[in-house]
Design a protein around this ligand. Structure first.
Ligand SMILES: [Zn+2]
Length: 251
């Protein structure tokens, strides 16, 4: 198989929201794309976990999405129940965008609960949503000292360079997608991220490649963008991302 395609990393993809969910897991296996399938509700965990736990390249994350928590408060119990089975946690976090700002109080209650439980359990890897709320997320990560014994990855980080520096200081990683390079101001923030903390993601199917939902293999576009931005060759960049993933999962 073409080495340009194998060994890619998509650390945030909603695999279970594709109509061909099961075939897509197989596709990630065949193309050797290391993929983290995130979920938006704990009810999705049992099936996601069952379908991926025996695979080489795909894992599932136990999520409770900030955009949905306010309408489904009872899901925290299910999330708690599955936590001991889950190494990866997400999608979790905060969203203060205009459509979700009114539920921020409830979002914070749920996220505080998630962080408190992760701090208590340890050895989890979280993929965190922080739309218009990077500082609030960072404050909460510090309050619950969650990075002392867990790893946190900021997914689709849109905060400032200063907030990024604070996250890096806390030991956080960043999963970067192609769409973070579309605006010059966003590219400038990505350019300042520590290279040894960068991995890649698609956030499919919420993003598109051409006129169809992005699939994990399309994460290669994010690698291309990083190559241009950091001015390194493609295989060096791909190797760096794999090494960062390995460090994230083993340190
Ligand atoms: Zn997502």
């Amino acid at each position: 198989m073409n080495s340009e395609v194998t060994g890619l990393v998509d650390f945030h993809c909603h695999l279970d929201l594709y109509p061909d969910f099961e075939a897509l897991i197989q596709e990630c296996e065949e193309q050797q794309v290391f993929t983290l399938g995130v979920t938006t509700t704990p009810d999705a965990w049992p099936r996601n976990h069952a379908l991926t736990k025996g695979t080489r390249h795909v894992r599932s994350a136990l999520g409770i999405h900030p955009q949905l928590v306010a309408s489904r408060p009872s899901e925290v119990e299910a999330w708690d129940r599955y936590l001991p089975e889950a190494r990866y946690i997400g999608e979790v976090g905060l969203d203060s965008g205009p459509e979700h700002f009114n539920t921020l109080g409830a979002q914070k209650d749920v996220f505080a609960h998630v962080l408190e439980r992760c701090a208590r359990a340890g050895a989890k890897v979280l993929t965190v949503h922080s739309v218009r709320s990077a500082t609030a997320v960072l404050d909460m990560l510090e309050e619950y000292a969650v990075t002392n014994n867990n790893r946190v990855v900021f997914h689709w980080f849109t905060g400032s360079a200063r907030e990024a520096a604070r996250a890096a200081e806390l030991g956080c990683y960043f999963s970067v997608n192609e769409w973070m390079f579309k605006k010059e101001s966003r590219r400038a923030v990505v350019a300042k991220l520590p290279v040894d903390r960068i991995i890649t993601e698609t956030d499919g199917p919420f993003t598109k490649t051409g006129d169809r939902p992005a699939r994990p293999r399309d994460v290669s576009s994010a690698v291309d963008e990083l190559c241009q931005l950091i001015r390194v060759g493609r295989s060096e960049m791909a190797t760096t991302i794999r090494r960062n993933l390995r460090t994230l999962l083993t340190e």
